[in-house]
Every structure is written in C-alpha cells, then in structure tokens.
Design a protein around this ligand. Structure first.
Ligand SMILES: Cc1cc2nc3c(=O)[nH]c(=O)nc-3n(C[C@H](O)[C@H](O)[C@H](O)COP(=O)(O)OP(=O)(O)OC[C@H]3O[C@@H](n4cnc5c(N)ncnc54)[C@H](O)[C@@H]3O)c2cc1C
Ligand code: FES
Ligand code: FES
Length: 475
C-alpha cells in the first residue's frame, strides 16, 4: 500500500505492507528510537504516539499505542513521535519531568510526555483528575508515580489559559507553541496535510477475511506477528462511522465508531445516560481512541464491556454482505464461547439501540483488579422501566459467569410486572445465581464470581432507588 503521511515535520510517501505496525515503521523503517517497545500488547504506553486527523472541520490529535496501530491508519494523517515534540532545549513538560525527578530509567518517559502533550491538545479545560485519568494507559515501573503526578500538577497549575478558553485549533496550537509545549511547525500541519497526494485505499476485500481490522486492539494482541507483513482489509470506512437518531426514534451507531467517539456523542448521552462515566472503566484513553464497538462484539469475550452494556440496552445488529442486509438481536448473536452468528462474507454495519428509553434507568458496574487497563472479573448492566413502583420492563446482563456475555432471562422474567420491594431484590439475586455457571480462573474463583454478581445486582437496585423518587430500602 502506498502511504502518504507527515511524520513530525516531514511529509513522506512510502510503499509499506498495510498491516505493519506503526511502532516498527517508526523504529525500524525510520530509525526513530525515541518511541519505545515494551509489551507490544497495548498495556504499557511506552510506544505512545499522537495521530492528527481532520474531525468536524478541524485537526484533532489523539494518543494511540503505536504497537497496535497498522500503518494503513496513518495514511493522510499527522504522526507525532517524541522526536517531533523536541525543540531547541527541552519542552515545558520535559523540564518539569526533570525538575520533579519524574524520570528514573527513562523508558516510560517518552510515552508520558506524548500523553501529557496529547491531553493539552485535546482537553476542553485542563483539570488535574481528568489529566490523571487521561494518562491511565501509561505505566512506570520505577518512580512510583508520585513524581510524575507532581510534574503533571505543576504543569497544569502554571498554565495561564486565556479567559475565553482555548478557542479554535490555531489559537490552541499558537498558545501551546508560545508556552513551549509544541514546536512551531505544528501551525502549518493542516495546510501541509491538505497538500498530500490523494489516498490510495487498499482494495476492499469481497469477503470477511481473517485480516479484517477495525481498531486492531484485539487482533494485534492475538495475531500481531501474522499481520506484520500482510495487506489488511480495513473495516472502518465512513459508511461504518457516525451516530444518528433514526426517523423511527431508534439510534444507529456505525460499527466502526470508537469508544471515545461514543463518549463524546450527545446522541449517545440521550440513549445511554452517563455513558461517558461507564466508558471510563473500559481500558484506557489510547485504547478507547482505537477500540470500535463492533470489534468489542465480534471479539465475543464473555466479559466484553460494550457487549454487556448493549445486551442490557436490548440492542440489535445490522449485518451486511455482498448480497444484502439483515437485522438480528444482539441477544441471539452469541452462540457459544467465541462463537457467533456471522457467516463468511458478513460484517456488522451498525448497532441499533431501541427508541423510547428516556424514562428508563440504566446502570453499568464492573469489578476488575485495577480500575484502568483491566478487563472485568464480573461486569453487569441493568436497563429498567419502573412505573408507580412496578417494574414494567427490565433487562439485566452479566459477563464473566458463563461462556458468553449473558442476558439473565429468568431474572428478567422474575422481575417483570412485580412491585419493587427489598424482598424482590433478594428473589432476583437467587434467580440470577441459579442461571450462571462461572468457572475459576485468573480473574477469580467460582465462589468469588457468584459473590460479585450478588453484590452487583444489589448495587444496581441501590442506584435505581437513588434515581426513583420513591426509595426502596435495599438489604
Ligand atoms: C490494553 C487493552 C485493554 C483492554 N481493555 C478492555 C476492557 O477494559 N474492556 C473490554 O471490553 N475490552 C478491552 N480490551 C479489548 C479490546 O480493546 C476491545 O474488545 C475492542 O473493542 C476491540 O475492538 P477493535 O476495533 O480494536 O477490534 P479489532 O481488533 O480490530 O477486531 C476484533 C475482531 O472483530 C472483527 N471485526 C471488527 N469490526 C467488525 C465488523 N464491523 N464486522 C465484523 N467483524 C468485525 C475483526 O475482524 C476481529 O476479528 C482491551 C484491549 C487491550 C489491548
Ligand atoms: S509497547 Fe506496550 S503499549 Fe505498546
Ligand atoms: S522511569 Fe523507569 S519505567 Fe518509568
């Protein structure tokens, strides 16, 4: 594939295998060794880069793990490595890392500097706790984090942001250049990107192949070496993007929509209240910037967070192949461990959320060993409509307790039509425990997972009680 890109301040046109990782491209092809190779699984953040793409008429920079990023996706983009943040002397962020002792062996430092810069390039208004959460994909093995946190806090405290806010792209970039956070060449990138030769896309595969990559955050972990030398098929075209409210009141989410895009969408906020808070529990910023909603479903992990959320939303899938389209409930999609209802040649085009949910209550809970960058031991979601203290409709889903993301059918049947009382919650827990089959593994024993589900159902009803005007006392 011929790739036209700008790496730091240099426009490049190269022929590369589209499946090659951007990390290998940076280090081996370009010889830029500042970007480090740690885990190659998206877990450490040493390979972090910034990727700038036009979004809503402006250039938008997002942090990404270059070890999971195919070079196909830097075509027509601005790729920024740590070398591209260097200027005469150290940047303001680098100076604080030095003065606060925030680097010891220094292996993680380029990744941290890229991520802090990425935060300042994308935040609405800088805020310390938000910035810390933004760095959730960067791991340091030496400093114990306190020095890094100090450097970050000092950085934010000394920012003197204009009263009027950051303003448009050019104003923000200008301000970051003036404050020695970005080198000057950034100002000219939008014009230079527009001057790149037109994209030459990989040929669209006529069938769904092993190498159909969306965000790549699952595929590159599972079979990164297989993909390195290959031409890959991208399942991220514009026809698979976008979140729209349909004429019939339902919501259509393009299959290639990333978790970050979902989080930023006002429409999603109306269909899944507080979605952004729940999404903060999924992976970390850089993974959410890449991970797509369909990738999470087809990954078919029994603890896939989006699968659990969408099951409780009673979502359906729009599936297409060269012959046409069909719609099927997500409920019927999962057939067994990592088995699902998708034939050769088919792909998910969109995910559809049902209409009329504005008076429903939604909650998602996840228990994992770490808050960020960890998959769940058990996760669960509830979507419920209560009228006059009676449950009119309810969907409870749970992950980590069966070979598939599980809808608790018996529990839903038990709850539906009944009056909301503490006894009812006890009954729901007993029913739920009778329809799961967790196994002991690295994420916890069978007994622990049963206990977690019990507690998560209790928490769902506690949150529901807070939401309802008429409270119930959960025991
Ligand atoms: C460090 C790290 C942390 C993670 N943390 C979490 C977590 O907390 N919670 C969680 O749920 N997951 C987590 N994951 C897993 C992963 O990020 C998600 O499952 C993600 O949503 C996968 O999406 P993707 O676009 O990257 O998939 P890809 O890797 O691109 O693809 C996955 C599979 O889906 C197929 N596919 C993609 N799009 C389509 C389509 N439209 N139609 C048909 N098939 C398609 C691909 O061919 C492939 O088989 C984590 C991963 C990493 C590396
Ligand atoms: S090398 Fe660890 S996240 Fe990429
Ligand atoms: S300074 Fe050594 S890993 Fe962070």
């Amino acid at each position: 594939m011929k790739i036209h890109t700008i790496v730091n301040s240099t426009p490049l046109s190269l022929i590369l295998p589209s499946g090659m990782t951007t990390l290998d491209f940076i280090r081996d092809t370009l010889g830029l060794k500042g970007t480090k190779e740690g885990c190659r699984e998206g877990d450490c953040g040493t390979c972090m880069v910034l990727v700038g793409n036009p979004e809503n008429g402006q250039l938008r920079y997002r942090i990404m793990n270059s070890c999971l990023l195919p070079v196909a996706d830097i075509d027509q983009s601005h790729l920024v490595t740590i070398e591209g943040l260097n200027m005469e002397g150290l940047s303001a962020i680098q100076r604080l890392f030095v003065s606060e002792g925030a680097a010891q062996c220094g292996f993680c430092t380029p990744g941290f500097i890229v991520s802090v810069t990425g935060y300042l390039l994308s935040c609405q208004k800088p805020h310390y706790s938000e910035a810390l959460a933004f760095l959730s994909g960067n791991i340091c093995r030496c400093t114990g984090y306190k020095a890094i946190e100090r450097a970050l806090e000092k950085m934010l405290n000394q920012l003197d942001i204009p009263e009027s806010g950051w303003g448009q792209f050019n104003q923000r970039i200008g301000w970051l250049i003036q404050n020695q956070i970005l080198p000057e060449y950034f100002l000219h990138i939008p014009t230079r990107l527009a001057e790149l030769p037109t994209v030459q896309k990989t040929q669209k595969a006529e069938y769904y192949s092993l190498y159909s990559v969306a965000g790549g955050t699952d595929l590159y972990v599972q079979r990164g070496e297989d993909l390195e030398e290959k031409e890959i098929d991208r399942v991220t075209g514009n026809d698979m993007k976008g979140i729209t409210e349909l004429d019939d009141g339902r919501c259509s989410i393009g299959a290639a929509t990333t978790i970050s895009e979902l989080t930023e969408s006002e429409v999603i906020g109306r269909f899944i209240p507080h979605f952004a808070d729940y999404a903060g529990l999924i992976a970390c910023t850089s993974i959410r910037n890449r991970a797509t909603i369909a990738g999470n479903i087809v990954n078919a992990s029994p603890i896939g967070d989006m699968s659990i959320i969408l099951l409780a939303m009673n979502a359906s899938l729009l599936i297409e192949d060269n012959e046409g389209q069909r719609e099927t409930g997500l409920l019927h999609f999962f057939k067994g461990y990592k088995q699902f209802d998708l034939s050769d040649g088919e792909r998910i085009k969109a995910i559809i959320l049902p209409s009329g949910n504005c008076d429903w209550f939604f909650n998602f809970e996840k228990v994992s060993k770490r808050t960020h960058l960890d998959i769940a031991s058990v996760n669960s979601a509830i979507h419920i409509k209560v009228v006059g203290n009676f449950i009119v409709e309810v969907f409870v889903s749970v992950g980590g307790v069966a070979p598939i993301p599980l809808m608790l059918h018996a529990t839903n049947r038990y709850l539906k039509g009944r009056e909301l009382t503490p006894e009812l919650v006890d009954g729901a827990i007993s029913t739920a425990l009778s329809e799961i089959s967790p196994i002991s593994d690295a994420r916890g024993s069978t007994e622990y997972k049963r206990l977690l589900l019990k507690q998560l159902i209790r928490v769902h009803f506690e949150r529901l009680s807070e939401f309802l005007t008429q409270k119930i006392a959960i025991r």
